[in-house]
Design a binder for this molecule. Structure first.
Ligand code: HAM
Length: 427
């Protein structure tokens, strides 16, 4: 029986690792510049962590979560996103100091039971940040700035940054009153799910992908027209800072994002090069009430997450190459006979302690085959230990590029050996 990976999951290897490292290394460099520290949270949480924060009527909670009971009957869920888990961790570990700004970043796999297609997986990888602290529009701008800068550094050109504001609970109340009146005569044009949403959580109608519902929404009131003075002022400040930073953005009054926890600023970065619904590379927003809702202090927060798989996929499509890592010398140690393995182990240990990439043949093939193998696997040098070398405690070093071969004594000529293989490059 051939076993395949479950639908919507993927093995990542070979070239993809280079792309992935390029994305995550670039993000780590950026996070360091903006003074963020890493947090690693569990891959699963108590189900409530997500249902209480993301919202029971959202697509994610209502149909996309991998929820299961453990052996003691507790309901657990594989994380569908990082924000709620980070909020839980900040409160539980008392990480927040009053008056300070707590800046955290994470890189991890997320799980959503979605219909898999190109750029949409059931297990996918995100990198994200969450900043807890002041309710300052500059922090929103800084977070958007990072998101924008990350893609710029990765070499993307045709990206569009969409921004909107969902206001506070007061703005939402005013908007929902009007929105309800607007929807009443149009209820029959909504899909079954949205008729239900209209009763329970009308904001979520904006997440619906069905044409009929989109048509109904085209002429509906938009939340941006219902912002209170403070929220409107906050949003204008965010936009002002973005302009000062020279960041192009597009106001999108229909942007709501599929989570109930957002308040005020929300944003998304989409690619003009992907002509599909899966064109969002990252997104985020402010969630000023979530920490309190989780039983913590009244701490505002803002963050974003980026889809690593989708970013890699688009890099490939656009021909954006990952940065080449500084090449380290690679050595293939060829031990010709098992009886010389003790000596070979000594050599192997020395090379590895010198930070040289060194591997040994575990199977006994003839020298020709082993050398061929070294060439195939792109080793820079083959270090050969056969009968003669072992007897004289020597090594024979074959330069795989220059097709040259030299010998040196192991006990008295280490400097010569290191010089031949250019070991200084790996320090
Ligand atoms: P999100 O928009 O759901 O936000 O996810 C962020 C990014 O993850 C998306 O833009 C997309 O690139 C990627 N993504 C989402 N679902 C999938 C999938 N099924 N397959 C592949 N990639 C996917 C959040 O998760 C929020 N927690 C962001 C946030 C952080 N808000 C505040 N802080």
């Amino acid at each position: 029986m051939v076993l395949n990976s479950p639908r919507g999951t993927a093995d990542i290897f070979g070239n993809d690792i280079e792309y992935r490292d390029h994305v995550t290394d670039s993000a780590r460099d950026l996070f360091e510049i903006f003074n963020y520290n890493e947090i690693i949270t569990p891959a699963f949480e108590h189900t409530e962590v997500f249902s209480r924060s993301i919202g029971t009527e959202t697509d994610i909670v209502s149909r996309e979560m991998y929820t299961f009971k453990d052996k003691k009957g507790r309901s657990l869920t594989l994380r569908p996103e990082g924000t709620a888990a980070v909020v839980r961790a900040v409160i539980e570990n008392k990480m927040y100091t009053a008056g300070a700004t707590l800046k955290l970043f994470y890189i991890g796999n997320m799980f959503r039971y979605e219909r898999p297609q190109k750029g949409r997986m059931r297990e996918f990888w995100q990198l994200g940040i969450e900043a807890f602290g002041p309710d300052n529009a500059l922090l929103d701008a800084e977070v958007i700035w990072m998101l924008n800068l990350l893609f710029k550094k990765l070499g993307f050109k045709k990206l569009v940054l969409l921004v909107n504001s969902l206001g506070c609970h007061k703005c939402r109340k005013d908007f929902l009153a009007e929105f309800g009146k607007y929807l009443e005569p149009l209820a029959d044009s909504l899909c079954g799910d949205c008729r239900n949403r209209a009763e329970k959580n009308p904001m979520r109608i904006f997440d619906c992908k069905k044409e009929g519902c989109k048509e109904v929404l085209a002429g509906s009131p938009k939340i941006i027209s219902f912002l209170c003075g403070q929220c409107s002022d906050h949003f204008n400040k965010v936009l002002g800072y973005l302009e000062k930073l020279g960041i192009n953005y597009k106001k999108d009054e229909s942007l709501v994002r599929g989570f109930d926890y957002y308040t005020r600023t929300i944003f998304e970065i989409v690619s003009g090069d992907i002509k599909s619904a899966q064109n969002a590379l990252g997104g985020g927003g402010r969630y000023d009430k979530l920490v309190k809702q989780f039983g913590g202090l009244d701490i505002p927060a803002v963050g974003f997450a980026v889809g690593i798989d989708r970013t890699m996929m688009l890099m490939g499509q656009l021909g954006i190459k990952p940065r080449k890592k500084v090449k380290k010398t690679k050595i293939y140690l060829i031990c010709m006979e098992e009886k010389h393995q003790d000596y070979c182990l000594e050599v192997l240990k020395y090379f590895r302690e010198k930070n040289l990439i060194c591997d040994i043949n575990f199977t006994g093939r003839n020298l020709k085959s082993e050398i061929k193998q070294a060439g195939k696997k792109e080793y820079d040098f083959a270090v050969i230990i056969g009968e003669e070398e072992a007897k004289a405690r020597m090594v024979t070093i074959k330069d795989m590029g220059a097709f040259e071969q030299q010998s040196a004594g192991w006990d008295g000529e280490k400097d010569k050996i290191l010089k031949i293989i250019g070991a200084g490059d790996n320090e």
